[in-house]
Design a binder for this molecule. Structure first.
Ligand SMILES: [Zn+2]
Length: 106
């Protein structure tokens, strides 16, 4: 039961390996959040997590090819609009493809 915030290393001082590991974990969590957003109505916590991740790590979503679609989804769902089925289908397909690809590669 030690304190969790005893690490004195600032984010910018992490080694490349540590950085990569952190980003991977974070990006996986983001994909899980995308699923949540697809399955549920707008959730403020999920939206905030996704939005801040897009701001700081757009490269991962761009890598998945879903960055712009995800922005659309957030805007529509959290703006009170229903996400169109076509957008939902496309995002679902892209994410599934990505998850399967990553699982196979790993
Ligand atoms: Zn990321």
């Amino acid at each position: 039961m030690s304190a969790e915030n005893t690490d004195p290393v600032a984010p910018g001082e992490l080694s490349d390996a540590e950085n990569a590991e952190f980003e991977q974990l974070d990006c996986s969590a983001v994909i899980a959040d995308v699923w949540l957003l697809l399955d549920n109505e707008c959730d403020a916590d999920v939206r905030d997590r996704l939005q801040s991740h897009i701001d700081e790590c757009s490269s991962c979503l761009a890598h998945y090819g879903i960055e712009s679609q995800l922005k659309n989804l957030i805007n529509r769902k959290c703006g009170g609009d229903r996400a169109p089925d076509s957008l939902r289908d496309r995002l679902t397909g892209e994410i599934r493809k990505t998850v399967i690809t990553r699982a196979t590669e790993g």
